[in-house]
Design a protein around this ligand. Sequence first.
Ligand code: HEM
Ligand SMILES: *[C@@H]1O[C@H](CO)[C@@H](O)[C@H](O)[C@H]1NC(C)=O
Ligand SMILES: *[C@@H]1O[C@H](CO)[C@@H](O)[C@H](O)[C@H]1NC(C)=O
Ligand SMILES: *[C@@H]1O[C@H](CO)[C@@H](O)[C@H](O)[C@H]1NC(C)=O
Length: 572
Amino acid sequence: MIFVYFILTVFLPFILTDDECGVTVTKCVNTNYRTLSGECTNLKNPNWGTPQSTYDRFAQPRYGPDGTIRKAVNGSDLPNARLVSRMVYQDNTLPEKRLTMSAIETGQFVAHDLSFAFLDGNTGLCCSASQQWLEEKPEQCRSVKIPENDPSYELYNVTCIAVTRSHTNKDFNCSTNLKYDEQLTETNAFLDLSLIYGLTEEIHKTLRAYKDGKLKLDIRNGQEWFLQSKTHLECFFSLSTDRCYRTGDSRVDQNPLLTIIHLMWAREHNRLASKLKSLNPNWNDEKLFQTARQIAIAEHQYITYYELLPLFLGRETMLKNNIIHKKPGFINDYDENIRPHIYNEHAQAGMRRFHTMVQGDVDLVNEEGCPYRNANLRDVINKPHWLEERDNFNGITRGMNNQPAIAPDTFTRREMSSFLFISNKPVGADIISIDLQRSRIHGLATYNDIREKCGLKKAETFDDFLDHIEPKKVKLLKELYDHPNSVDLLVGGTMERVKEGTMAGPTFNCIMLKQFYKTRKSDRLWFENSQSGLTERQLSEIRKASISKLFCDNAVGIKTMQKHGFLQVSKM
Ligand code: HEM
Ligand SMILES: *[C@@H]1O[C@H](CO)[C@@H](O)[C@H](O)[C@H]1NC(C)=O
Ligand SMILES: *[C@@H]1O[C@H](CO)[C@@H](O)[C@H](O)[C@H]1NC(C)=O
Ligand SMILES: *[C@@H]1O[C@H](CO)[C@@H](O)[C@H](O)[C@H]1NC(C)=O
């Protein structure tokens, strides 16, 4: 029996009064253990923030007729996404001064915990097999046509970057009271390690050991690794024995740094379960599992809000905006009227700014802190099995805590903007083109709209952008766009001068601050709320968690690491 341990078990029957997208909830059990889907986190609106919910909007969307991509102010097409990428996001990158790659990749892990645009159909059919533009293609395709004279692509005679549309409320006949098309997200909106535990009972069951409160991990060469999947098709294999990993989120295999962070959290769960069992030998599997899960999620929320986000958004600003607090003990700031839904502008623009901060190669570092090997991103993407070879896992774990990220400007490594997912093709995809196309498919409001929303001056002329954008970049905007009101949020936001102590300018910082405020306030089970199920003493222990401790506790063979893994070790 699952619920025997709950003293406070109350069944709350209710009738759904709205037609939100997301899972259908029939009743809630009021406990402080989270559901997998996130349903019943809000007891008044139990399907809020569940998988296949709509995004929220920071500002009214801008679409063309019938939800098509908007036009420029003068009625022509917006500048081609690849053209913008090529002109604005060149590979002229400088290293970031303070942050390591583990900060950036923990950011990716957090981004994936919160959002996963629900794509309509298979991207694979949206260009020809030889990456050529197709005049006739499936209806859902929104591919980017590569303009002529593109130095990266022309050489290889490639004319197409595949993009498919995202599902909206219209596709599922939900949220019918919305006046515009709204895209859906596949994951729940809560910062709850759903990438480790799965979003549905069906998946979750396959991930649990059902013994001693543990997740089912395979032991290979004396270490815990993810289960392998024989059906998952997204990996690039060299040997027929190579496999993808299987866990709660299909993006686990995308790059080895991200995979390591996934695995650290799965191992952390099992480590906690073991400790709990030795302290409470009479607890059964369910009690051990749920308690370990509660603690792991709390550590994840703590590390995200108190260690990572202050580096992205500024600690003082976060304190001032009540996103973090100085006071120990419970904060109890849950507000049941705040929707947990992720802002479309956050997922498709604000958080994607970090794509420009990703390194083009992966350093492997030894126990003495010296890099000893290095691999191009293209050679390790979608190849999780690579981590299990030699000392790669430890080498990369140390490496990502050592290697500087790329500076937060517009410049982007070509590994991301030309050679992404290259596999055995001559040239790959461009994340920037895809991001820009995605943000247009999602009908994001323009840069000027969001400036206004964020209390900046709405620009009448291009020169009004000079308050936050360098003259050289404003000049580029003039060349690309017909009118200040045509400029894409993603482009204007990325161009802004970065505010000291943060990773973005005022517009992206504004979006992300609003999102992370909402994410904590709308979570009834947030670790700093007394409903979280944690005790005061547990909470004060949670406040000692850190990314370096997570890595040290869960990597066999890593003995030392700097105290703050997100920050570079200063050079002597
Ligand atoms: C090697 C590193 C990375 C690669 C290869 C990568 C690749 C991708 C790809 C292919 C998409 C989906 C594009 C689409 O079809 O719309 C995506 C989405 C996204 N990425 Fe990354 N990414 C990386 C790192 C990061 C980092 C470091 C962050 C943030 C700190 C990040 C944040 C996001 C966000 C917020 C989305 C949208 C998620 C959603 O709502 O669907 N990514 N990325
Ligand atoms: C480019 O590739 C397409 C499709 O494979 C082919 O039809 C075309 O002739 C090629 N063009 C050049 C210049 O190689
Ligand atoms: C959506 O729901 C309404 C009301 O139940 C119904 O009349 C309509 O036919 C449905 N549309 C689709 C596309 O399923
Ligand atoms: C709209 O502006 C773009 C960019 O300035 C330009 O290329 C295009 O020709 C203009 N279209 C019209 C209809 O004026």
